[in-house]
Design a protein around this ligand. Structure first.
Ligand code: ATP
Ligand code: TYD
Length: 239
């Protein structure tokens, strides 16, 4: 069944959201833009949109197969996914297996520490306030989610982590951390947004080679970033 693409509903830094003839669905189109430092650093890497769309589609499909509820329906074209339309909760949910990135700046934890159990953190999506870290009490006080919904978000995040870690490990890859976004549909909480090297840290398990957006954050050339994303695509989607 093919869908007719309607008007642009939203335009973010790296994705466009379009309406579809079925009002319960939307089209997510992945742009070739790459950004860091809250959008202050920005470039275009031709082909990046389809690499990230393909990786997201494969990983969301994997989560679906493992009963980790998410918005994914199918790919529409190489850089677009058809997903269930969600009422998005403006919170970034980060899950960490290994200490790196903002947590080692914030807390007395040594880079590379492997956590005994995963750590979950919430960040409010609020550009003007620099996306502050919040906890479940803030989420309830700000009426972002109920206690029951937060429990569901934590449960889905931990289950996604288990599934993703195992799958990536079977491909010789290590999952250090990742970010999810959630939304509601008919009272149910589902994972939405994307699942690709823009929002996760993935390393080769034996060499430690970086295969994610850290390359871009740390000033690698656009060609190096593209090659890493292509390698990750091959190892996740084509094998
Ligand atoms: P912002 O939301 O601040 O624009 P961003 O620049 O990171 O953040 P993008 O990721 O480029 O945004 O755009 C994607 C937009 O689509 C986000 O606002 C996200 O919340 C929204 N979105 C993702 N999945 C869905 C979905 N299933 N239904 C509706 N909206 C979605
Ligand atoms: P984190 O270390 O908190 O942020 P950074 O190093 O970018 O300051 O990020 C943890 C993981 O979550 C990392 O894989 C990037 C991802 N992430 C996003 O994609 N978007 C976000 O807004 C946040 C906070 C994290």
């Amino acid at each position: 069944m093919s869908h007719k693409v309607g008007g642009l509903i939203a335009s973010g830094k790296t994705k466009l959201v379009y309406s579809l003839d079925d009002p319960s669905l939307v089209l997510l189109r992945f742009k070739d833009d790459v950004t860091a430092l809250d959008g202050k650093k920005r470039d275009v890497i031709p082909g990046k949109g389809s690499l990230n769309a393909g990786i997201s589609a494969r990983l969301f499909q994997l989560l679906k197969e493992n009963n980790v509820h998410n918005h994914y329906i199918k790919m529409y074209d190489p850089s677009s996914l058809i997903v269930r339309k969600l009422d998005m909760i403006p919170v970034e949910v980060v899950c960490r297996n290994v200490a790196t990135g903002s947590i080692v700046k914030r807390l007395p934890i040594t880079e590379g520490t492997v956590f005994d159990s995963p750590i979950i953190e919430f960040f409010l999506k609020d550009d003007a306030r620099g996306d502050p870290m919040i906890n479940s009490w803030h989420m309830m006080a700000l009426k972002l989610a109920s206690k029951c919904e937060i429990d569901e978000i934590v449960e889905l995040t931990l289950r996604a982590n288990d599934v993703l870690k195992k799958f990536l490990s079977s491909r010789g890859l290590m999952l250090l951390d990742f970010k999810l976004e959630f939304g509601r549909r008919n009272g149910e909480i589902l994972i939405g947004d994307e699942l690709d090297p823009d929002c996760m840290r993935v390393r080769d398990a034996s060499t430690g080679k970086v295969l994610d957006k850290d390359l871009y954050r740390k000033g690698a050339s656009l060609d190096e970033v593209k090659k890493a994303y292509e390698e990750l695509y091959r190892r996740i989607v084509e094998t």
